[in-house]
Design a protein around this ligand. Structure first.
Ligand code: ADP
Ligand code: MG
Length: 399
């Protein structure tokens, strides 16, 4: 954990009672809005649909696409400071808003973080290790890129990818014309597929005055490219954890982020670290902070963008967070009572109506540490849809 600097002295401060604008209206926007409401802010959400998760937590929702300048202008007039729930907001929309209202993080930060090639080039220039990569804009460039890398690789769309979407694994000898056609994107990054021992992330907050606070590093386990489980804190060698924190702080400072910056890492067998990607916002891997840390990532983001003192990032308890994807709804509504009966388990449902496979519908955090506790969390998630796992079996696992 890093805590630097003094109580904010520079930059514009927005005290409780001011109006916060959130661009984007999914679960991240919803939990951000809830944290802002807790602190006494008014919240305006810019949403694609009134049914989106963040709208029910906002004082006002503006329903419009990001290219609608009239709606953007209304949003700018309605809010004191604006932020983003995710990085896939068109930069033109952010620049339009910046001419009218303060946007934190700035469009220059979002521009880099929404483009995998710009992001990797930035990291490489800073001397921060990233996987070998090539920018690719045609099947011919994919051919050359594969020949250069000479190993199995992953082809990712430069923009708009999330939860493993817009990614194709490629092995030497594959039909590259077909792979390029299948990606269906004008620009992509081809990166070496690496073997890592684990994945981890650090969420770093920076206020306008330069105060910085990093949440403890967490370990992330993905399934089909989607985050499945987060273990907090990660059980990493403290030297490796410290190095990751230093990298996250240096990226946050170099980009001049105001708000949160999440840095995803691959941890290699020799303890070296490679940065996978950046997200200038609260992150799925930080959801556990709602219960495990004194200040949640959402509250911290609000504090940072409003120029308030950052909150303490001491852990209250270790914990394990499990995502609840739409797949769990295949046979109807899962058995929530089973989870709600569990002591030290905190359930969060995002209020989404359409449960689709791979769609993030909610998560839960079980406080505690160790293998038996993690096993129990996994069994509980299975048991809410599969009643053949008896309560007796579940009880045996931990108690
Ligand atoms: P997203 O924006 O969808 O999170 P990521 O680039 O983080 O995209 O990829 C999702 C997951 O796919 C990663 O967390 C990791 O498990 C796996 N992955 C991505 N890139 C690589 C790579 N170069 N080598 C090995 N695994 C990778
Ligand atoms: Mg990722």
């Amino acid at each position: 954990m890093v805590s630097e600097g003094k109580i904010p002295s520079g930059g514009t401060v927005f005290l409780p009672g001011a109006t916060l604008g959130i661009l984007g209206s999914g679960q991240l926007g919803r939990m951000m809005a809830m944290a802002a409401k807790n602190l006494g802010y008014q919240v305006v959400v810019y949403a694609a649909s009134p049914d989106d998760p963040a709208c029910s937590s906002a004082d006002l929702s503006i329903i419009a696409p990001f290219h609608d300048q009239q709606a953007l202008a209304r949003f700018a007039t309605a809010v004191d400071v604006a932020t983003v729930e995710f990085e896939n907001i068109p930069v033109e929309a952010l620049e339009f808003l910046e001419r009218r209202v303060l946007v934190r993080p700035s469009s220059s930060v979002v521009r880099i973080c929404q483009d995998r090639v710009l992001e990797k080039e930035f990291l490489h220039r800073q001397g921060i290790p990233v996987v070998s990569f090539r920018g690719v804009s045609s099947a011919a460039e994919l051919e050359t890129g594969m020949a250069d890398l000479g190993v199995s690789a992953i082809l990712k769309t430069t923009a708009l990818g999330y939860d493993g979407k817009g990614q194709i694994r490629i092995s030497p000898g594959d039909d590259l014309e077909a792979s390029w056609a299948r990606l269906a994107s004008p620009h992509a990054v081809l990166e070496q597929s690496i073997s890592f021992v684990s994945e981890a992330s650090v969420i770093c907050a920076r206020s306008p005055s330069g105060e910085i606070a990093c949440f403890p590093i967490q370990e992330n386990i993905h399934c089909n490219g989607i985050l499945d489980v987060t273990i907090a804190p990660a059980s990493l060698d403290p030297v490796v954890a410290n190095k990751a924190e230093k990298i996250a702080v240096s990226i946050t400072k170099k980009l001049g982020v105001v708000g949160l910056m999440t840095v995803e890492f691959f941890v290699l067998a020799d303890g070296s670290l490679i940065v996978n990607e950046l997200a200038p916002r609260p992150h799925n891997s930080g959801h556990h902070t709602l219960e495990t840390v004194m200040t949640s990532q959402f509250a911290q983001h609000i504090r940072a963008i409003c120029g308030l003192p950052l909150g303490t990032v001491e852990m209250r308890s270790p914990g394990v967070m499990l995502n609840l994807l739409g797949d769990l709804w295949r046979e109807g509504e899962p058995d929530w009572e089973l989870l709600l009966r569990e002591p030290n388990l905190f359930l969060h449902l995002y209020g989404k109506s359409g449960a689709k496979a791979g769609r993030k519908m909610g998560h839960f955090t079980l406080l505690g540490a160790g293998d038996p506790l993690r096993k129990r969390a996994l069994h509980l998630r299975t048991a809410i849809v599969d009643h053949s796992i008896s309560e007796a079996v579940l009880t045996q696992i931990l108690h």
